[in-house]
Design a protein around this ligand. Structure first.
Ligand SMILES: *[C@@H]1O[C@H](CO)[C@@H](O)[C@H](O)[C@H]1NC(C)=O
Ligand SMILES: *[C@@H]1O[C@H](CO)[C@@H](O)[C@H](O)[C@H]1NC(C)=O
Ligand SMILES: *[C@@H]1O[C@H](CO)[C@@H](O)[C@H](O)[C@H]1NC(C)=O
Ligand SMILES: *[C@@H]1O[C@H](CO)[C@@H](O)[C@H](O)[C@H]1NC(C)=O
Ligand SMILES: *[C@@H]1O[C@H](CO)[C@@H](O)[C@H](O)[C@H]1NC(C)=O
Ligand SMILES: *[C@@H]1O[C@H](CO)[C@@H](O)[C@H](O)[C@H]1NC(C)=O
Ligand SMILES: *[C@@H]1O[C@H](CO)[C@@H](O)[C@H](O)[C@H]1NC(C)=O
Ligand SMILES: *[C@@H]1O[C@H](CO)[C@@H](O)[C@H](O)[C@H]1NC(C)=O
Length: 462
């Protein structure tokens, strides 16, 4: 029962700490605490609203008094009801509306009306060894439940991409304090270059529409007591044609050229993305004459009927709502049976041949690159040898090396130099440039030659 209220004394420690804080702040120690779970309570009109209140104290009490007041902005606070111990004294004006069961301080408002919106103040007084007093304030809002919103699309007939605009209007039959949100494919819609909203957000304007605006839209309406989402609407947006292409059931397609066996019928399928579906038309071109063939996305070419070996075709896709069209040209080559066999042979051969060719080319390229890389240093050395006066070169031959740190410079690059395959070629190449220097000498004195590269670099500034 209500006795619970009395069974909630605060522990002495907490109470004394709170007491000190209160003493410091207010100069009064109540030892009584009144709490409410929420300082704002949203109520639904016509239903009962319960305002829960808890209180506790740690002193012996003789009388417990509870008072409820109601205040609205710019009006005098009104007394609703009060109690001492277990006897309730209501304001006679509201005696059927407000209920309290002391010592339980919670208040029941039934039924709730818009006029009940405001602040409710509860004051608890404890009479014991002196009087303790505490109060709390609860803000109450009153709203109607929202009914399911309905979205209307304008224009209902649809809009042409880049030309037309679409306006979605969200309508709700009942509900107060409505907040409108728009969802596209379940995700919130944000203001953008083409999206705008009315002040209340209940209308959503797309200007101009594009193909990307096609989607599932819904309106979500919420208020403090409810939330409702409309059915999904899909505005009609006319677009296209986009991505026109022609495919065939058989035949070989190479770029815009189809190769067909003589005597074989081939079916071409023309397709493009558009709304509403395109109307397709086929046009043939032989020599300089252009002729209309048929309407529809499919064209069958029976090769026997084709007089020419090569015919150009055009597929036109036209969207009669957007007024836009696109066309694609392609060529059909009819090959005779004999030729075809030969061509097939070639066809079957040619991939192998090309693969072999490419492989060979790659292998040769790799070899050449390898050789080039391998002999590049020789070339450098050769050039350096050639550019060097013979006397200096000879001097170099007698140079003993390792006298100076610079001598080690670049040596490691050329460690692999005197190998069996590379050496024999060397003399023949360098004979002319390094006159009088024998191949053998060169072979045995590579180290000295290289040693001089840094020295020569040092010579340059002179
Ligand atoms: C007060 O009464 C309500 C029911 O009317 C009950 O749910 C609530 O727990 C009570 N509160 C206390 C503190 O006893
Ligand atoms: C309230 O109850 C206490 C003890 O339960 C009693 O002493 C006191 O007289 C009562 N007050 C009234 C106004 O009935
Ligand atoms: C009542 O209060 C006085 C002074 O505030 C104190 O001396 C006394 O012990 C208290 N009595 C009880 C029963 O708490
Ligand atoms: C679409 O909206 C734009 C800007 O809001 C306006 O200029 C244009 O006339 C509208 N087009 C149609 C077809 O209503
Ligand atoms: C829109 O809704 C339909 C059916 O509810 C669904 O098939 C379609 O995939 C949805 N489109 C998107 C883009 O979510
Ligand atoms: C309207 O919607 C936009 C985008 O969802 C949002 O940024 C804006 O705060 C909303 N305005 C109101 C008044 O709800
Ligand atoms: C095609 O037209 C060009 C000029 O447009 C002309 O020179 C040529 O002779 C014509 N060819 C045939 C086969 O009619
Ligand atoms: C547009 O083409 C469709 C066939 O794709 C046809 O049903 C419709 O009547 C045409 N509309 C107009 C306005 O020509």
């Amino acid at each position: 029962m209500g006795q619970d209220a009395f069974m909630e004394p605060f522990s002495g420690k907490v109470g004394s700490v709170q007491c000190k804080i209160f003493l410091l702040l207010l100069g009064v120690c109540s030892g009584l605490k009144v709490t409410v779970p929420s300082h704002t309570v949203h109520g639904i009109r016509g239903q009962a609203l319960y305002l829960p209140v808890h209180y506790g104290f740690h002193t012996p009490a003789s009388d417990i008094q509870i008072i409820w007041l109601f205040e609205r902005p710019h009006t005098m606070p009104k007394y609703l009801l009060g109690s001492v111990n277990r006897s309730v004294v209501p304001d006679l004006e509201y005696q059927h509306k407000f209920t309290m069961m002391p010592p339980n301080a919670s208040l029941l408002i039934n039924p709730l009306q818009f006029t009940d919106e405001g602040n409710y103040i509860v004051k608890v007084n404890i009479q014991g060894n002196g009087t303790l007093s505490a109060s709390q304030k609860i803000q109450v809002t009153v709203d109607d439940l929202i009914t399911k919103p309905v979205v209307q699309i304008h224009p209902s007939s649809g809009a042409v991409e880049y030309v037309g605009n679409v306006t979605l209007t969200c309508q709700v039959a009942a509900g107060t304090r409505l907040a409108y949100h728009w969802l596209k494919n379940g995700k919130p819609v944000r203001t953008s270059a083409t999206y705008s909203f009315s002040l209340q957000n209940n209308t959503f304007h797309i200007a101009p529409v594009t193909k990307e605006d096609i989607g599932n839209y819904s309106c979500l309406v919420e208020n403090p007591v409810s939330e409702m989402e409309s059915d999904i609407v899909t505005p009609t947006i006319y677009y296209g044609p986009y991505g026109l292409q022609v495919n065939s059931d058989k035949g070989l397609k190479v770029g815009e050229v189809f190769t067909v066996d003589l005597g074989e019928a081939i079916l071409f399928d023309c397709s493009a993305d558009s709304y509403p579906p395109n109307t397709y038309s086929w046009i043939g071109m032989t020599d300089n004459t252009t002729y209309f063939i048929k309407h529809g996305p499919r064209l069958e070419v029976a090769s026997e009927k084709v007089a020419q070996k090569t015919t150009d075709y055009v597929c036109c896709a036209y969207n009669n709502i957007t007024g836009r069209q696109d066309e694609t040209h392609f060529t059909v080559i009819i090959t005779s049976m004999g030729l075809e066999r030969f061509a097939q042979k070639e066809k079957s051969l040619s991939p192998l041949a090309s693969i072999t060719g490419i492989s060979l080319f790659l292998i040769i390229s790799m070899c050449l690159l390898f050789l080039w890389k391998k002999y590049q240093p020789y070339k450098v050395i050769k050039q350096k040898l050639e550019s060097r006066p013979e006397t200096e070169y000879k001097k170099a031959q007698t140079f003993s090396g390792h006298e100076d740190a610079l001598d080690d410079f670049g040596i490691y690059e050329f460690v692999a130099f005197p190998d069996a395959s590379g050496v024999p070629r060397m003399p023949s190449r360098s004979v002319r440039g390094s006159e009088g220097v024998s191949g053998q000498d060169l072979h045995s004195t590579i180290y000295e030659v290289i040693q001089h590269i840094p020295a020569q670099q040092l010579d340059h500034p002179e």
